[in-house]
Design a protein around this ligand. Structure first.
Ligand SMILES: [Fe+2]
Length: 146
């Protein structure tokens, strides 16, 4: 069911690096699950599962994005990683603080907007521009965990 707080993908969010765009898109899908929840006996577990899934996938995504930045020699690498750390701190805070579904939904809306929209549009976009400037068209991605 559509919920006013859901975040919807727009073409302008694409940074032109397909594997990163796909991961961003997946983060939208995970956070939107929070807005499909209805009060039930298992609500606590359901909220927790979604928050952990979101945090875990954000960690995977940041790691991949950071590896990509290093691979292409992105000059703002350090500063960008610090922004990622801050976002993770915010997520961990939400997970640790007991709250009602509606409060969690509101807080996650703020985080989701910061991660999925402001961060993508203002910061990740610069990675795409840098890669294009260097003539890197194909992403150099590894899914190797080492
Ligand atoms: Fe990023």
């Amino acid at each position: 069911m559509p919920h006013q707080d859901k975040v919807y993908w727009e073409n302008s969010y694409s940074i032109g690096i397909r594997s990163i765009d796909i991961q961003h898109h997946k983060l939208f899908d995970i956070v939107n699950k929070l807005y499909d929840l209805e009060e039930s006996e298992n609500i606590k577990e359901e909220i927790r599962d979604i928050l952990y899934a979101f945090k875990d996938y954000t960690l995977v995504h940041f790691k991949d994005e950071e590896r990509y930045m290093q691979t292409i020699g992105y000059p703002d690498f350090e500063a960008h990683c610090k922004l990622h750390e801050k976002i993770i701190e915010g997520l961990v805070n939400i997970i640790r603080t007991p709250a009602s579904l509606s409060i969690i939904q509101t807080k996650m809306k703020v985080i989701a907007k910061r991660i999925l929209i402001d961060h993508i549009v203002n910061e990740d976009h610069k990675i795409g521009i840098f890669a294009q400037g260097k003539g890197i068209e194909e992403e150099i991605f590894t899914l190797d965990e080492s």
